[in-house]
Design a protein around this ligand. Structure first.
Ligand SMILES: [Zn+2]
Length: 209
């Protein structure tokens, strides 16, 4: 028998079995990479919905954006919180004339910018990087707050390449989420980074049935 599943869903299966979402009844994973994927695990099973279309949380529409998503819609989480979104927004600010150390870090070529460079520049307090990363975190917090209002999970785990900047993302994300949740004075989901790294997808795929 052959089984197939979305890459973010299998990563979520692995994190739920062995990683950051182990032993949780309701767990949500955001995979922040080139795009944004997601997996929702309920009672140890991936939630795929009635028609198999569920858990596409990267295409939750969370605001108006200045460019459209690959899916054709405007305002998808993926266009605010992927590595691609971070790169595009930093490039936009620089093309508008804002000076930034990002350009030097990218060897003078705006096309060489990657998300790691923007996070590194954020740690140096570069204004373009700070605006870009704060925007990213604010939209991520809005998405997570909507998820909490809908599913009230035990844990939300952040995976994908962008999660390597966990120090920058995690330190105040709960405060940002709290500003957006309905029940502001209640305890809500732990927000953590995934811990199986790039192997999560392979591990989770082995457990499809
Ligand atoms: Zn989309």
């Amino acid at each position: 028998s052959v089984y197939a599943e979305n890459d973010a869903t299998v990563a979520a299966i692995a994190e739920a079995k062995f990683g950051s979402m182990k032993d949780k009844d309701v767990a949500v994973m955001y995979t922040l990479g080139t795009g944004v994927g997601g997996g929702i695990i309920i009672n140890e099973r991936p939630f795929t919905g009635t028609h198999g279309m569920a858990s596409e949380i990267g295409h939750s529409i969370i605001g108006e954006n200045y460019y459209n998503c690959n899916c054709g819609a405007n305002g998808c989480l993926e266009t605010f919180c992927s590595a691609t979104a971070i790169i595009k927004y930093a490039q936009k600010l620089m093309q508008e004339g804002n000076k930034s150390i990002i350009l030097d870090m990218a060897d003078g070529n705006i096309e060489n910018i990657n998300a790691k460079i923007v996070f590194d520049a954020f740690r140096e307090n570069d204004a373009v990087a700070v605006e870009t990363i704060n925007r990213f975190k604010n939209y991520l917090a809005k998405a997570m707050a909507s998820m909490i209002n809908t599913l009230d999970p035990d844990v939300i785990s952040i995976g994908g390449g962008v999660s390597r900047a966990s120090d920058v993302i995690l330190h105040d994300i709960k405060d940002l989420v709290r500003e957006n949740v309905l029940y502001k004075n209640e305890e809500f989901a732990d927000i953590v980074c995934a811990n199986l790294g790039a192997d999560a997808g392979i591990i989770g795929a082995a457990f499809l049935q």
